[in-house]
Ligand binder design. Structure first.
Ligand code: AMP
Length: 113
């Protein structure tokens, strides 16, 4: 998508600290980390958020979940981690391209919100 920040990052037009990449998804460090490990996993195909994710192929959806597990291992998150995806205004989604936050490296709060 022409004017999408994460599409530009995937295309290499905007720099990012790459953590993982495969045919279906790309992962990089969040520019404003909220935990010692804060990685964003984004679908290579542009969809706005998880509400629109049904438009992705099953292969793409499966690849994203598999990538999360691989990245957690790569980042030594054996003690646990949190996966968050914000969807829409009430969830304060700020980039309208499907992405999953992987947060770890410290004890997470008991309350999720
Ligand atoms: P969300 O608010 O769930 O849409 O998450 C968007 C995330 O993208 C935020 O955590 C931002 O810090 C992060 N972000 C914005 N621009 C960049 C960038 N250029 N590189 C890495 N992360 C970014």
């Amino acid at each position: 998508m022409a004017d999408c920040l994460f599409c530009k990052i995937i295309a290499g037009e905007i720099p990012s600290a790459k953590v993982y990449e495969d045919e279906y998804c790309y992962a990089f460090r969040d520019i404003h980390p909220q935990a010692p490990v804060h990685v964003l996993v984004v679908s290579k195909e542009h969809v706005a958020n998880v509400k629109e994710a049904a438009a992705l192929s099953d292969a793409s959806l499966a690849a994203i979940i598999r990538a999360i597990g691989k990245i957690a291992q790569q980042e030594n998150l054996a003690e646990g981690f949190r996966v968050v995806t914000n969807c829409g205004k009430n969830a304060c989604q700020s980039v309208n391209h499907l992405h999953f936050h992987i947060l770890g490296g410290r004890q997470m709060a008991d309350q999720m919100a």
